[in-house]
Design a protein around this ligand. Structure first.
Ligand code: AHM
Ligand code: MG
Length: 329
């Protein structure tokens, strides 16, 4: 391992290997790292400064408090928009696309993000995360929603930041998956997990069993099969996608938020959640599917489109897919 290798230095070295690279992407990425550090700081001291709770409340200082997910959302936008590398953004928290303020120069990238995923866990001190996806665009054109509706295979970079016992930044630019851990004393993300590979098969399954009465028969049969499997599968479900995904990425396993009778398109969002994590999992040797289609091949029709998601170790996802034929009773 390369001791003391910071995220920005690592990226710079990656960029040097790309002929003709001008370092724009690295500069853009540095802004992202700053946003991640600021959100991490706020998540870590959330309980202390009373930033939690419903928006509109006042804290002990009589100041208006913001919900942490709203804070993360505006922090991301403010930190990213003036760098000159972006033309627009799309956030899970905002209905419309965000065009970069005309006061700032426009760049050739689009940033899509879920500022604080796992919202039901925010108020109870359980790991949450930020997920992002980067696409390219033509900075000369008038930006519309259509520019964001690209299949996941077109992502140039994707990643997540996990705010947990430590804060981790995991990303891919299509050359493997690398993980960095924030050293709070140094204030830098340091390389801790180079070239992450997900085990081909795991022993963990992650699904909200509270939904089992709505499941399609294929899901019930598959989960029943895992419970009776001699490999002794174990169930783990935090309820924060980033945390569940990260654990399964390192240990092996499968996460499912499938189509069910209540939500026929699943719950998770294609552009902010499924696409970035699918890019990462494939780069790590895993697989991501709706049950019968590769996630990264889906051409989105809407910005906030939901999608069924089965993601994780290749062999586990393939096995889950083999139950697709039983989806109807
Ligand atoms: P959010 O973006 O509103 O936080 O919702 C996404 C979250 C995921 O983090 C998690 O995997 C899932 O929703 C949990 O949903 P449920 O509580 O229905 O199991
Ligand atoms: Mg989310």
């Amino acid at each position: 391992m390369n001791i003391g290798m910071t995220l920005t230095k690592f990226l710079l070295e990656e960029q040097r290997r790309v002929p003709g690279s001008k370092g724009n992407f690295t500069a853009f990425f540095s802004d992202l790292v700053v946003a991640a550090k600021i959100i991490s700081r706020e998540v870590n001291r959330a309980g202390l400064i009373d930033i939690l709770g419903a928006a509109g409340n006042q804290n002990v200082h009589g100041e208006e408090v913001q919900k942490l997910d709203e804070y993360a959302n505006s922090m991301f936008i403010k930190t990213m928009e003036h760098g000159g590398h972006l033309s627009g953004m799309a956030s899970e928290e905002i209905d419309e696309i965000i065009k970069v303020d005309p006061r700032y120069p426009r760049g050739k990238y689009l940033l899509l993000f879920d500022p604080l995923d796992g919202s039901s866990n925010i108020d109870v001190n359980i790991s949450v995360g930020t997920i992002f996806s980067i696409l390219k665009c033509n900075p000369e054109c008038d930006l519309t929603e259509k520019d964001f509706l690209k299949a996941g295979v077109e992502q140039v970079c994707a990643g997540y930041i996990l705010y947990s016992s430590s804060t981790m930044f995991v990303y891919t630019t299509g050359h493997g998956v690398h993980g960095f851990t924030l050293d709070p004393n140094v204030g830098e993300f340091l390389l801790s997990h180079e070239n992450i590979r997900i085990p081909e098969r795991g022993k963990i399954y992650s699904i909200n069993e509270g939904n089992s009465r709505h499941w399609l028969p294929g899901t019930s049969l598959y989960i029943e099969k895992l419970k009776n499997d001699e490999k002794n599968y174990t169930a783990r479900y935090v309820g924060s996608l980033v945390a569940d995904f990260h654990r399964n990425l390192l240990k092996g396993g499968v996460f499912l938020y499938p189509a069910d009778r209540k939500s026929i398109n699943g719950k998770l969002r294609l552009l902010y959640e499924a696409n970035p994590l699918s890019f990462i999992v494939e780069q790590a040797g895993g697989k991501a599917s709706t049950g019968d289609k590769r996630i990264l091949d889906i051409v989105p029709e809407k910005l906030h489109q939901r999608v069924p998601l089965i993601i994780g170790s290749k062999k586990d996802v393939e096995e889950a897919e083999s139950f697709w034929q039983y989806r109807e009773a």
